[in-house]
Design a protein around this ligand. Structure first.
Ligand SMILES: [Zn+2]
Length: 391
């Protein structure tokens, strides 16, 4: 009897350990594999003309979320879309790495409140430090530390860009070392300020150079296009924008409500970006920008990063992406066009980072000149950052 009880206890203990093991190691990987799908598996074949052009241009992307998933980005991953080896293979010079801090359950593009959060489970499941479990600011700071550690361990293969001088130096170096990759840190949603605009300085000092006001829900700074109120900038939000401009942090209008977008554009003195979006002109839904918004952003010298996922472009291939790019270039001019993949952003994309040559090919197919393909694929973004990052 006693022996049976003992064995029973051991079985319970083993099951608990196995359960925790599944929770800590297997589940986050499975969650990512399920959420960050690739519709066409690599390798990706493009025409000779597209491949040659793609090798000769500077490719840059305004938005990807690989930091959320716990992978060592110096290693080539078997799931998701982005890591340094795959960026290198896709000839990406510069990738913006964005931090996601809070994500409501049953996420949708129409209406979310801020009562639930799936990232808490992911943080615990991936054994993030305890300080990140209940603090959105700490989640951002921790992700920044992780990316800094990867850069430090990369033997100069991957570096973080924080100033114009960093970027100029990197682009100069890359002429001789084409395999190197640069990263820029960004934030999705100013809920990471935890209500205090003064935290802009804390995040700037941690290396962040771009931030959107809102993500999928309204926060203390302003309204989301997918929130409940969908309001404008709050007083704290205005203070946040002033502080961001003072530090030359780039304001990202992605996910902003229409009112918030107007409020920000009415007060900024520097160009803004929409790091990842679609346009209503080719894909009419609540996630995407209308023509007036595109014109207003262009009037401020802004960049529009076109996303790769289906809700952004109403299609599941590079042709749909190029259709949106063509629309933006025709409406507001080629100089405002950028890539905003949303790789690893809990979306399925037609290809991973190794398949960016397919966008180059689709742009050629949509009638873009070689020079304009170069601008759309990253030239504009490099120029924008050279003009707008801190000295
Ligand atoms: Zn997003």
């Amino acid at each position: 009897m006693r022996r049976a009880v003992k064995i029973g206890l051991w079985v319970v203990a083993l099951l608990a350990v196995a359960g925790l093991g599944i929770f800590f190691f297997v589940l986050p990987a499975q969650v990512e594999a399920a959420l960050n799908g690739v519709l066409q598996p690599p390798p990706y074949a493009a025409s000779r003309a597209a491949a040659d052009l793609h090798r000769s241009i500077q490719v840059a992307d305004l938005h990807a979320d690989p930091l959320l998933w716990g992978r060592d980005l110096l290693e080539r991953g078997t799931r998701g879309h982005v890591d340094i080896p795959r960026l290198d293979e896709g000839n990406v010079a510069l990738q913006v790495f964005s931090v996601v801090s809070k994500s409501p359950s049953n996420l949708n593009i129409e209406r979310n409140d801020d009562q639930s959060d799936d990232i808490t489970l992911l943080a615990i499941g991936q054994r993030w430090p305890f300080r990140t479990w209940f603090s959105l600011k700490e989640r951002a700071l921790y992700q920044s530390q992780r990316l800094h550690r990867m850069a430090a361990a990369s033997e100069n293969k991957f570096m973080l860009i924080k100033t114009k001088r960093d970027l100029a130096r990197f682009m100069q170096r890359r002429k001789a070392e084409p395999g190197i990759v640069a990263g820029l840190l960004a934030i999705e949603g100013a809920q990471v300020l935890e209500g205090d605009p003064a935290n802009v300085d804390v995040l700037f000092d941690a290396g962040f150079r771009m931030m959107s006001v809102a993500h999928f829900f309204d926060n203390e700074m302003g309204g989301s296009a997918h929130g409940i109120e969908k309001g404008g900038l709050t007083e704290s939000g205005r203070e946040m924008i002033r502080r961001m401009e003072a530090r030359r942090m780039i304001v990202d209008l992605s996910h902003g409500s229409a009112t918030q977008l107007n409020d920000v554009l009415a007060m900024v003195t520097r160009p803004v970006v929409v790091s990842h979006t679609g346009v209503k002109g080719t894909c009419d839904n609540n996630r995407n920008l209308d023509d007036d918004q595109l014109r207003a952003i262009a009037a401020k010298g802004g960049l529009i990063g076109i996303g790769f996922w289906e809700t952004a472009v109403c299609g599941t291939d590079a042709t749909a992406i190029a259709r949106a790019q063509r629309y933006v270039a025709d409406l507001i001019g080629i100089d405002h066009l950028a890539l905003g993949s949303d790789f690893d952003g809990s979306v399925a994309t037609p290809f991973d980072a190794t398949g960016l040559v397919l966008v180059t090919e689709a742009l050629l197919g949509a009638g873009f000149s070689n020079g304009n393909v170069g601008k759309a694929m990253g030239g504009n973004q490099i120029r924008f950052l050279m003009e707008n990052l801190p000295d």
